[in-house]
Design a binder for this molecule. Structure first.
Ligand SMILES: C[S@@+](CC[C@H](N)C(=O)[O-])C[C@H]1O[C@@H](n2cnc3c(N)ncnc32)[C@H](O)[C@@H]1O
Length: 376
C-alpha cells in the first residue's frame, strides 16, 4: 500500500475539515492514480457523503475521524471497484486507536445501508447550495446538465508550438498541454501585429506561451507578483527568446511604458476550474466572489494605464460568476469611455454577444470569461 499517498490524502481532508486547506490536488501519475481518483471522487461527492454520514452519528466527530470517514464513505458509495472491507480497514487504520471502533462502526453501518442511502442521491447535493441556486437562476432546467458535467473528467489539449494548432490530447501527447479555453483567451485579439505585449498576471505561464508563439515578432513582458510562481514562470519561458519576466506587483508597477496588447488574466475564485480542482466548490464562499470582484476592478483600472492609444486590452478570469465577469467590465466601461468592447476573435461556440464565455458542459473546456477592449 502506498502509505505516502494514503496519508497525504488523509492530511488534505483533515486540513479541509480544520478550515486550513488552500488548494491542493494530486498530479496525475500511474503511481498515484488510485489515490488521485479517491481524492477527486471524495471532493466531487462531499456534499452527499456528509449528508449520508450525518444520518449515522449524532455529533460530527473531530477533523481526523471526519476525514477518515469521508474517504471511506466515498469508496463505499461511489467506487464499486474497491471492496468495502478494504475501504473500511484503510479508514480505520488512519485514525488513533481511541477512534478506531467509532470509524469502523459508522462505515460498516454505511455499507449495510448503502442502497437505502443512495436512493436519495441527487447531483445537486454534490455542490454548495448557494452555487446551485445561482446557476439554476441562470440556466433553468439545464442546471443539472451543467452540474453533472462538472463532476466528469476534464479534457486536456496539446498545442504544437511550431504551428500553434491545438488538438485534444488522448494519452501521451508531445506538445504544450493546456486547456482549450485558456489557449483561446490568449488569442482573442486575433491577427494583430503588436510590438510590445504586457502579460500582467503571468504565472505559471500558459498564456505567456501562447502570446509569445502567436506573436513571435513582439516583445512580451510577463509580470508575476508571487516569488515562487515567478520562478516557475521563468523556468517555463526560459527558451522563449521574446519573453522578459518581471517579479512585481502590477498594482505598484511604475512605468510610463504603454503596450500594444495588454492581457490581464486576473486572480479569481477559479470556480470555472471545478472539473480540474473539485475541492474549489467547497473552499469558496459567496463573500470570496465579492472580494475577488473588488480586486479585479482595481487591477483592470491599473492595466488600462499601460494600454496605449489604439491598443487592445484583454481581461480574463477562470470563473463565470457575474460579479467577476460582466459586472467588472460594465463598471469599467462606464468609468472609462475611451475604451470600447470589441468582438472576440474565437470559435463561435465561445461567443456570448461581445464576450468570450466557455461553459464547460457546452465547450469541453474550463469555464473562462474574457472581454476584449480597445482604447480610442
Ligand atoms: C489566474 S493566475 C494567472 C495564470 C496565467 N496567466 C496562465 O495562463 O498560466 C493569476 C496570477 O496572478 C498573480 N497575481 C496576483 N496578484 C498579482 C498582482 N497584483 N501583480 C502581479 N501578479 C499577481 C498570482 O500570483 C497568479 O500567479
Amino acid at each position: 500500500m502506498a502509505d505516502k499517498f494514503r496519508f497525504r490524502l488523509f492530511d488534505i481532508l483533515k486540513a479541509y475539515y480544520q478550515g486550513s486547506l488552500k488548494e491542493d490536488y494530486f498530479q496525475d501519475s500511474a503511481e498515484k492514480r488510485l489515490y488521485r481518483k479517491i481524492y477527486f471522487e471524495t471532493f466531487r461527492h462531499l456534499g452527499f457523503i456528509e449528508k449520508s454520514l450525518g444520518k449515522l452519528y449524532s455529533h460530527a466527530p473531530e477533523a481526523d475521524a471526519r476525514a477518515a470517514l469521508a474517504l471511506g464513505a466515498c469508496q463505499i458509495l461511489f467506487m464499486n471497484d474497491i471492496p468495502e472491507y478494504a475501504a473500511v480497514n484503510e479508514s480505520v487504520s488512519l485514525v488513533p486507536q481511541s477512534k478506531r471502533s467509532f470509524v469502523n462502526a459508522v462505515l460498516r453501518n454505511l455499507a449495510r445501508r448503502k442502497a437505502e442511502l443512495m436512493k436519495d442521491y441527487n447531483i445537486r447535493q454534490d455542490f454548495p447550495e448557494w452555487f446551485v441556486i445561482k446557476w439554476e437562476k441562470r440556466l433553468g432546467a439545464e442546471v443539472d446538465l451543467f452540474l453533472s458535467d462538472l463532476n466528469t473528467k476534464p479534457s486536456f489539449y496539446s498545442v504544437d508550438p511550431a504551428t500553434m494548432n491545438i488538438e485534444k490530447a488522448e494519452g501521451e501527447a508531445d506538445g504544450y498541454i493546456m486547456d482549450l479555453a485558456s489557449y483561446s483567451v490568449a488569442r482573442l485579439a486575433g491577427n494583430i501585429d503588436p510590438m510590445s505585449i504586457l502579460d500582467c498576471c503571468a504565472a505559471p505561464g500558459g498564456k505567456t506561451f501562447v502570446l509569445s508563439h502567436t506573436y513571435p515578432d513582439s516583445r512580451v513582458f510577463a509580470v508575476e507578483k508571487n516569488r515562487k510562481r515567478y520562478e516557475q514562470l521563468k523556468a517555463v519561458t526560459a527558451d522563449y527568446k521574446n519573453v522578459d519576466c518581471v517579479c512585481a506587483d502590477i498594482l505598484e508597477l511604475q512605468t510610463e511604458a504603454e503596450f500594444d496588447l495588454v492581457l490581464l488574466d486576473a486572480p479569481c475564485t477559479a470556480l470555472g476550474t471545478i472539473k480540474r480542482h473539485p475541492e474549489v466548490r467547497w473552499l469558496r464562499k459567496n463573500r470570496d466572489i465579492a472580494d475577488c470582484s473588488r480586486r479585479q476592478k482595481e487591477m483592470l483600472e491599473k492595466a488600462a494605464q499601460f494600454t496605449g492609444k489604439g491598443s487592445t486590452m484583454i481581461y480574463s478570469v477562470c470563473s463565470l460568476e457575474q460579479e467577476e465577469t460582466t459586472d467588472v467590465i460594465e463598471g469599467f466601461l462606464k468609468a472609462n469611455p475611451e475604451f470600447s468592447l470589441v468582438p472576440p476573435v474565437c470559435d463561435d461556440r465561445f461567443k456570448h454577444g461581445n464576450y468570450f464565455m466557455s461553459l464547460p458542459y457546452k465547450c469541453d473546456a474550463d469555464g473562462f470569461f474574457a472581454a476584449v477592449l480597445k482604447k480610442k
